[in-house]
Design a protein around this ligand. Structure first.
Ligand code: IPE
Ligand code: IPE
Ligand code: MG
Length: 229
């Protein structure tokens, strides 16, 4: 498909999945239908990324700020997330998965489901998925600082990075945000320091394998200089 160079893939790809509501509105559907379709899209894209052999994938599914949406929408999203977390077959799962974010405002049932998922083994050399849920990059950074203090670690860059939720994953190479909103909305500000940013117009529920390959092509055409010449 397209001109993707398979030996030049990003190590870590991240998605801010945006546009579920607008996708539904365009079709005269409820916002919740957009979220349902968005979950399907996410499952497909996880499969595609994993099949490509990309090692790390992060997805922004619910932000701390999303709690400020109308209660019905928050309740719906919580309900769906809980069902999806519970559906994961913890004995059969063949990749690493970590649900990362704040624990505040999540009920005990949800926390238990998250803890169960996060208790699965983390095996090096296999695909790793980070699901950012009730996530805030600013709070992750504050928490990392607190943790350095409580673990009595010297305040170095290396130690700080050890306290981030995504440790020991490498930082993001390619960050895709759908729906053409060109902002990070408090997502992995530290980990995205040198990420290539890509903002396709496609709304998340309509994001396909073809869109993924287009994003990878775009990434491969970028000149990553890291400050050098
Ligand atoms: C992304 O879609 C999903 C979440 C943030 C939970 P939105 O719900 O933000 O959709 P739009 O931006 O309103 O279209
Ligand atoms: C960012 O999307 C959060 C997630 C994708 C989970 P939003 O739709 O909440 O972001 P803003 O409000 O447009 O910045
Ligand atoms: Mg949005």
């Amino acid at each position: 498909m397209g001109n993707v160079i398979f030996n030049k893939l990003p190590n870590h790809i991240a998605f801010i999945l945006d546009g579920n509501g607008r996708w539904a509105k365009k079709l005269g559907l409820s916002r919740t239908s957009g979220h349902l379709k968005g979950i399907n899209t996410l499952k497909n894209i996880i499969k595609e990324v994993k099949n490509l052999g990309i090692k790390y994938m992060s997805v922004y599914c619910f932000s701390v700020e999303n709690f400020d949406r109308p209660k019905e929408e928050v309740d719906f999203l919580m309900d769906k997330a809980y069902t999806e977390f519970k559906k994961i077959d913890l004995k059969k799962i063949d990749f690493n998965i970590r649900i990362i974010g704040e624990r505040t405002r999540l009920d005990s049932k949800m926390l238990e489901a998250i803890d169960q998922v996060n208790s699965t083994s983390f095996i090096e050399d296999r695909f790793t998925l980070f699901v950012a849920f009730n996530y805030s990059s600013q709070l992750e950074i504050v928490n990392a600082a607190k943790e350095m203090k409580s673990r009595k670690l010297a305040f170095t860059k290396e130690n700080f990075e050890k306290c981030l939720y995504t440790y020991p994953a490498p930082f993001i190479d390619l960050l895709v945000r759908t729906s053409h909103e060109q902002r990070l909305s408090n997502f992995m500000l530290y980990q995205a320091s040198y990420a290539e940013l890509y903002f396709p117009k496609t709304l998340w529920p309509a994001f396909t394998k073809k869109c993924l390959y287009r994003a990878l092509e775009e990434y491969q055409n970028r000149d990553r200089r890291f400050g050098k010449l």
